[in-house]
Design a protein around this ligand. Structure first.
Ligand code: COA
Length: 371
């Protein structure tokens, strides 16, 4: 039985921060830190903070802008993190609220209503609470019957979520499933860290997957899915429910996103390119049959290198769409934003690959064909 992606949706926050604003705020923070600790710095017990640089950020990452839920708190040199209002249990959570918006757009684009949906999988790198599952709250907000669950495989959450949805539909558990990724990455980014303060942005993406025979639109048929994980500590976040039991320091940088960026770059590129290559071979496909690569959006050079390894030449802009410049790294939503914004020009039977990769390490490759 064939499963199709029949609709996609996106929630983009209204506020955004460009590199200039981000760097100005970081530099003010660094100056006030250096002033506050000038004695420790002058006697060598503490290292002075160096300014960040707008050009450096664009050059090493390709990022020029990011959307965020709260700009003011992030740019306040006294705070350096978003300022979100804590909501009562009677109010929708932020993640459920942005997910609802993205899901409604996906349903509209698929020409379907909530009554047609059997399940919601909330697949993202950071869930805002332990329980109840955010997915069940999204299901309730939308008024969907059936079942829902949360899952987290960091930057590969969305593609692993697609795999789960395909399996659930093929097994007969459901006929139609929403896979939604509310990625509020500004909540786990250390804006005081010069090496990484520019990396992430906020967004939410949603996909409707259903049986081909129930689809009313020209969607994308899932040809094949392939997943791979290899354990690595090079991208890590130690925030968790045992922190308090372990008396650990909740303000320590390891309770936010930390990475060995260079090692990640070097190790992940070959894993991803060989996984996609093998996946295509298993499906008797060669790269000349692939019209588009919708890759995870973490680093422009990384994507260019992966595409070059696969194609044997530099990719054309239209072969490998980039949204990183505008959205920054949005964890598992990145490849889905690229797919959402850059799939309308493909024609019947064109084939493309959606591929996520990141912490774990984890890689998810989805081969799709335009219906
Ligand atoms: N402004 C100016 N200079 C900076 C800077 C900043 N904000 N941050 C770091 N630098 C400097 C460093 O101090 C270093 O200087 P040095 O050579 O004099 O020591 C130099 O720039 C290079 O730093 P480095 O961190 O090695 O840069 P990089 O070229 O590896 O790029 C990343 C950093 C993070 C952009 C890059 O490694 C990357 O994208 N890796 C993959 C990450 C990834 O995909 N992660 C997945 C996340 S889900």
């Amino acid at each position: 039985m064939s499963v199709v992606i029949s609709g996609t949706g996106i929630y983009t926050p209204q506020q955004s921060i460009d590199n200039k604003e981000l760097v100005e705020s970081y530099n003010k923070y660094a100056d006030s830190f250096n002033e506050m600790y000038k004695e420790d710095i002058s006697n060598g017990t503490l290292e002075a903070l160096t300014h960040s640089d707008e050009e450096f950020i664009k050059k090493v990452s390709g990022i020029e802008n990011r959307y965020v839920l709260d700009k003011e708190g992030i740019l306040d040199p006294q705070r350096m993190r978003p300022l979100l209002e804590e909501r009562s249990n009677d109010q929708p959570s932020v993640q459920a609220e942005i997910a609802e918006s993205a899901c409604l757009e996906a349903l509209k684009n698929a020409n379907k209503s909530v009554d047609d949906v059997d399940a919601v999988i909330c697949a993202c790198a950071n869930l805002q609470r332990a329980y109840p599952a955010v997915a069940i709250e999204i299901q309730d907000l939308l008024g969907i019957q059936g079942y829902s669950y949360d899952m987290n495989v960091a930057c590969s959450s969305s593609t692993f979520g697609i795999q789960n949805a395909v399996s659930d539909i093929r097994s007969g558990l459901a006929e139609s499933i929403l896979v939604v990724s509310p990625e509020i990455c500004s909540g786990h980014l250390n804006f005081k860290d010069r090496d990484g303060h520019f990396i992430f942005g906020d967004v939410c993406t949603a996909l409707l997957l259903e049986k081909e025979e129930t689809s009313d639109v020209e969607g994308y048929k899932i040809i094949s899915t392939k997943l791979k994980t290899v354990f690595s500590n090079n991208i890590r976040n130690n925030f968790g429910f045992l922190n308090q039991a372990e008396n650990s320091d909740l303000d320590s940088p390891d309770k936010l996103f930390i990475q060995e960026g260079r090692k990640v770059f070097k190790q992940v590129v070959p894993i991803v390119s060989s996984l996609i290559e093998g996946h295509l071979q298993e499906n008797n496909l060669s790269m000349d049959k692939i019209s588009r690569l919708w890759l995870h959006q973490a680093n422009l050079s990384m994507n260019q290198l992966i595409a070059k390894r696969l194609l044997g030449r530099d990719p054309l802009d239209e072969e490998m769409p980039i949204v990183l410049n505008e959205y920054a790294n949005t964890s598992s939503a990145g490849s889905i934003i690229a797919f959402h914004k850059h799939n309308n020009d493909l024609i019947k039977n064109d084939i493309g690959v959606i591929c996520s990769f990141g912490a774990g390490y984890s890689v998810g490759s989805i081969i799709v064909q335009k219906s």
